[in-house]
Design a protein around this ligand. Structure first.
Ligand code: C5P
Length: 215
């Protein structure tokens, strides 16, 4: 048994939310804390991989012995991922905002000037882009958080984004989701669906890499 099965491999992990500015003081975002993504990055490092953690704004301490790339918006995260497109394994655990405000005001929007409707435009889908540009041997892991039709929606994502593994969690299951230290997930691969027992996000980090890398 090799205790550094990912030695010589390059692993890129995205984590946390993205923030999409409306003006210098406000943004659109979500409840992601980065816990699961950070745990995956630590597991990759501990398994011997050369690890890059691309992280949206979170309040977790930056882990040691890896490259940590802080980003704010989805477009910044996309650029950071594209710059590392030749990695061996990608685990995209970030909760990327699907949309951003079409116009970002360079001054604080005053109440009297505010429109009650803000126009949004779509952000790039980073995982879909990696799937389209997938290189031979590359492994892609995506996440899906759903509140209904979990397996069906997640399997659709696996196929649409050309992933090797889709980790699906149901936001409404106790012990899963935002800010918890545990997770309850399905592993969806092109061949099958497997339901994992409730486990810590730390342990799940190792299981995800084992499944993706076959180690
Ligand atoms: O948003 P969605 O449920 O489609 O996200 C599924 C997966 O796609 C996640 O792994 C997420 O990190 C990734 N994603 C992305 N870029 C986006 C939206 C989602 O990489 N703009």
């Amino acid at each position: 048994l090799h205790d550094k099965p990912l030695a010589g491999k390059r692993v890129v992990v995205t984590a946390g939310p993205t923030q999409e500015a409306l003006d210098p003081v406000r943004f659109i975002s979500n409840h992601s804390t980065g816990k699961q993504g950070y745990a995956i990055a630590r597991a990759a490092r501990n398994l011997g991989a050369e690890t890059v953690l691309i992280t949206g704004p979170v309040s977790l301490a930056a882990p040691s012995e890896m490259e940590v790339v802080p980003v704010v918006s989805a477009r910044e995260m996309f650029e950071a991922v594209k710059a590392r497109q030749d990695a061996d394994i990608f685990v995209l655990a970030a909760a990327v905002s699907d949309f951003r405000p079409k116009v970002v005001s360079d001054q604080k929007i005053k109440k009297r000037d505010a429109a009650l409707v803000t126009e949004l435009e779509p952000n790039p889908d980073i995982l879909a882009w990696l799937g389209e540009h997938k290189r031979p041997g590359q492994k892609l892991v995506g996440f899906a958080m759903e509140t209904q039709n979990l397996e069906e929606n997640a399997r659709h994502k696996l196929e649409a984004k050309h992933c090797n593994l889709l980790v699906a969690n149901d936001l409404f299951v106790p012990g899963a989701g935002f800010g918890t230290d545990t997770n309850v997930v399905l592993f969806i691969t092109p061949e099958k669906t497997r339901r994992l027992e409730k486990t810590t996000k730390e342990d799940l980090g190792y299981r995800i890499l084992e499944e993706a890398a076959g180690c």
